[in-house]
Design a binder for this molecule. Sequence first.
Ligand code: PLP
Length: 376
Amino acid sequence: MSNKAARFETVCVHAGRKIDPATGAVAPPIHLSTTFERSPDYSPEGYVYSRSGNPNRAELEACLAALEGGAEAVAFSSGSAAAAAVFQSLKPGDHAVVSRDAYHGVLRILREVMTGWKLGVSYVDTTDLAAVKAAFTPATRLLWVESPSNPLLKITDLAAAADLARRAGVLAVCDSTFATPALQNPLAFGMDLVMHSATKYLGGHSDVVGGALVAREAGPGTERLRFLQGTLGAVPAPFDCWLILRGTATLNVRVLAQSANALALARHLEMHPKVEQVFYPGLESHPQHALAKRQMRGFGAMLSFCVRGGEQAAVRAASRVKLFTRATSLGGVESLIEHRASVEGPESPTPKNLLRVSAGLEHVDDLIQDIDQALA
Ligand SMILES: *Cc1c(COP(=O)(O)O)cnc(C)c1O
């Protein structure tokens, strides 16, 4: 985009897009070709083979870099593949400090794949910066935080965490999937990389799996990630890139409207006699509410709550919803509810009576009515 000072709403609509010079098409064409004709002298310019580069992926990456205010984005076939690329960019014997509250699939990569890589990992509560600092060793190369976290919506102080990492010469990465670039830009707080599961709000319609890393600065680190993307080949298909790019056009309006619904739901549930506790950073009762207010432009569309009466009562409530869909994932236009411990499996540290909600775009009164009849 030529207009560098464009505001976020404008970036959502225009970044990465241009009128197709061949046809004048306003919506970008999808380039399915796996291979591209080389110039007679085999100059390294342009596209060669679709695993290493594709026009639709380049458009998506340009858009995501602009949305996060980063130098470069690297797109992957899923959020998990994006996370794995960060870990694989480390060397055997390196050490990582990782949020104990990180996405369970990210923790599974570390526990069940990266241990074979001989990556040392310390799991800490990254809301406790003294604990983060204490966990750093001379071998530490990576700090992985997730904010807001899943499913307890804990908020990590991104500027302070990035500062600790910078002083220790450690790469700071934030999984910002729950916040989306509409509500939080971790790179602006000094994080080196931001990771997104594009499956969620970026795609926004529960119809595409994808992931991305956006780097504050281009350099040897991004070159290594780009190398891993093309070499290991966990790349998004052209149509997937097209769908995610289409989703980003409405990102801002969707996320703001869905966040407003989440706040209203959280306020309602906090007063509900059948509800023990609500986890939502927009509530004054949230322990990091002031921090969330400082580092986010809104509080997001995810919330969790504990149902009075234990696991059975929670599962029963989830079984009775009519408008909410009982499904995992998040970030689509339809509201979802799930019994998180069942999804995470027997080792899940999540409270057994916790339900997680992804607030959609329905009228909030209909959502409240549905939750009330389910809890009744
Ligand atoms: C979904 C999710 C992931 C994993 O992304 P996939 O696209 O499912 O591989 C990582 N982090 C968070 C916070 C998520 O919600």
